[in-house]
Design a protein around this ligand. Structure first.
Ligand SMILES: N[C@@H](CCC(=O)N[C@@H](CS)C(=O)NCC(=O)O)C(=O)O
Length: 328
């Protein structure tokens, strides 16, 4: 009973027959660097949609790493429901009218170009290789790790992970701690909101809502017991990158549209809220000039979640969408 295989037209069906949402494994898991995929400028293209939290982490990382001139970005700006449809180009929400490489209208066309027999879900983010004309990866957690260091030889010395040492995004000294936190944050929070929001039965909702808020409580406690301002101290790490897209959507989308409404970040989790605002409002060099703020499109994800989890009506609040800047 897994959601691994979804036939065309199943875009809106997210839960398994028992009402539980189970995220499918990503199918394309190649790596850069590898013999087939070498780091080169202007060879790879990242396809994304601004509503998607998994794509959001790759966009943040691209900017934090200064990869803007190395990895091309192409924005899908629509979602159509029906057989053969899904993520698409409309030209009406800040993206191009059609794909600049092949003139495709749907993301699905890349998946079937890469693998004519592909039957899995057609998801963003997706990293495309222009040279071999195939998908490198459609797994955000792998893509961000490639971005940390695979292209470092093409970047100025000060942006390389080797130069940054313990201040890097995924420094060897912190890897076990980051991995451990990622694990429960993914299950309880990143994917936790989806297990609640896509639950198709009361039993599935009831089974998952508690662990989401227990995980948020645990996160608040983690921040209370750590030096801050970031999850692992004075430097932004992978743990912050992976958490941010979920937390920045929480009050304005998940709380209402996904029924994650036992508590709100801004009213009930002062340390998480502070952490969020420090990242969001930072437009200094530390964030590549605003990687978190620039990549956050509140309207896009409010509209997106209203469509997938509601009837398309976008709730007005809470206002403001995010509280103001705070000093780190
Ligand atoms: N494991 C993937 C998940 C990506 C994912 O689920 N993306 C969603 C958008 S937020 C998607 O494209 N959904 C379309 C579908 O499931 O049909 C990753 O982290 O990259």
């Amino acid at each position: 009973m897994s959601s691994n295989v979804h036939k065309e037209g199943d875009v809106m069906r997210q839960a398994d027959p028992d009402g539980h949402f189970r995220r499918a494994e990503s199918k394309f898991r190649h790596t850069i660097p590898s013999p087939q995929f070498q780091p080169e400028a202007d060879r790879y293209v990242l396809y994304w949609h601004s509503g998607c939290p998994w794509a959001h982490r790759t966009i943040v990382t691209r900017q934090l790493k200064g990869l803007e001139n190395i990895i091309q970005l192409v924005k899908l700006d629509g979602m159509e429901i029906g057989p053969g449809k899904g993520w698409c180009f409309t030209g009406q929400n800040g993206g191009p009218q059609q794909d600049p490489l092949y003139g495709f209208k749907y993301l699905r066309q890349f998946y079937t170009k890469a693998d004519a027999t592909y039957e899995g879900r057609v998801t963003v983010p997706m990293l495309w290789d222009k040279k071999t004309e195939t998908i490198v990866s459609n797994e955000s957690s792998d893509i961000i790790r490639m971005f940390y260091s695979a292209f470092d030889e093409l970047l100025p010395v000060e942006l390389r992970e080797e130069t940054k040492g313990d201040a890097g995004l995924y420094p060897p000294s912190l890897r076990p701690s980051i991995d451990a936190l990622n694990e429960w944050v993914y299950n309880g929070i990143n994917n936790g909101v989806y297990k609640v929001g896509f639950a198709a039965s009361q039993a599935a909702y009831d089974a998952n809502i508690g662990s989401l808020f227990e995980s948020l409580d645990r996160l608040e406690a983690h921040l209370a017991s750590s030096p801050g301002p970031y999850l692992f101290g004075a430097n932004i790490t992978e743990a912050d990158i992976r958490l941010f897209p979920t937390i920045v959507r929480f009050d304005v989308a998940y709380h209402t549209l996904f029924k994650c409404n036992i508590k709100m970040i801004r009213h009930d989790y002062p340390r998480i809220d502070r952490w969020l605002r420090i990242l969001y409002w930072d437009e200094s060099e530390r964030t590549g000039g605003g990687a978190f703020k620039d990549s956050t499109d509140f309207d896009s994800f409010r509209r997106g979640y209203a469509m997938v989890a509601g009837n398309g009506i976008v709730p007005a609040g809470p206002l403001p969408l995010i509280l103001g800047p705070v000093q780190p």
